[in-house]
Design a protein around this ligand. Structure first.
Ligand SMILES: [Fe+2]
Length: 193
């Protein structure tokens, strides 16, 4: 479940219908998709096959030509350099479309005069239109597995704005603690220890 925040208004939304409608009003598409279709650690080919209907539907709607599965964790070689490419405000010449299978991260979206943040986690699909100014960072466990869609096959290039606005916002993740699941998992691990 995502967490949508409006930092300037100190407003937080963590309910799916409200997040979807608030983001739709800002031109950002958000959906919750079923996670039970395939194990979170299934091979990429199995994930792409399991979500083929949704992948093909988005391809039709967004003109995407391909989709893949990105999978990073703290042991991924070059992770810091990879994250440093995207944690400064930038745009792309194509949409940034993600369906999160595992892990969590935060998209900061600079929309007009305001910055909103969308913390995404397993089951969240987010579609950020091309040319939207934004930046992204992982949550503290530095883990994310997601399906990505692409309109071009020529690569994924960030165009930096250089405004420095990204330095004004703390990339603090709320989700697991805020929503209580981490408490449950801590209890579970204690019991099994
Ligand atoms: Fe980006």
């Amino acid at each position: 479940m995502a967490v949508l925040r409006f930092p300037a208004k100190a407003r937080t939304i963590a309910a799916e219908p409200e997040i979807r409608s608030a983001l739709a009003a800002l031109g950002i598409e958000y959906e919750r998709w079923d996670l039970a279709r395939v194990p979170a650690d299934a091979p990429a080919e199995a994930v792409l096959a399991a979500y083929a209907p949704e992948i093909d539907d988005l391809k039709r709607r967004g003109g995407y030509v391909t989709a893949d599965v990105i999978d990073v964790n703290p042991d991924t070689p070059g992770l810091d350099a990879m994250l440093a490419r995207f944690d400064k405000e930038h745009t792309h010449q194509e949409d940034e479309v993600r369906f999160i299978l595992a892990g969590r991260g935060i998209f900061f979206l600079h929309l007009g005069e305001q910055v909103v943040s969308v913390e995404v986690g397993p089951g969240d699909m987010l579609r950020v239109p091309r040319a939207t100014t934004h930046w992204f960072t992982l949550c503290e466990d530095r883990r994310i597995r997601a399906i990505r869609w692409f309109q071009q096959t020529a690569g994924w290039t960030p165009y930096y704005t250089g405004t420095g606005v990204d330095r004004e916002f703390q990339p603090i993740c709320f989700g697991p603690v805020w929503l209580g699941s981490r408490v449950d998992s801590t209890i579970g691990s204690n019991l099994s220890a």
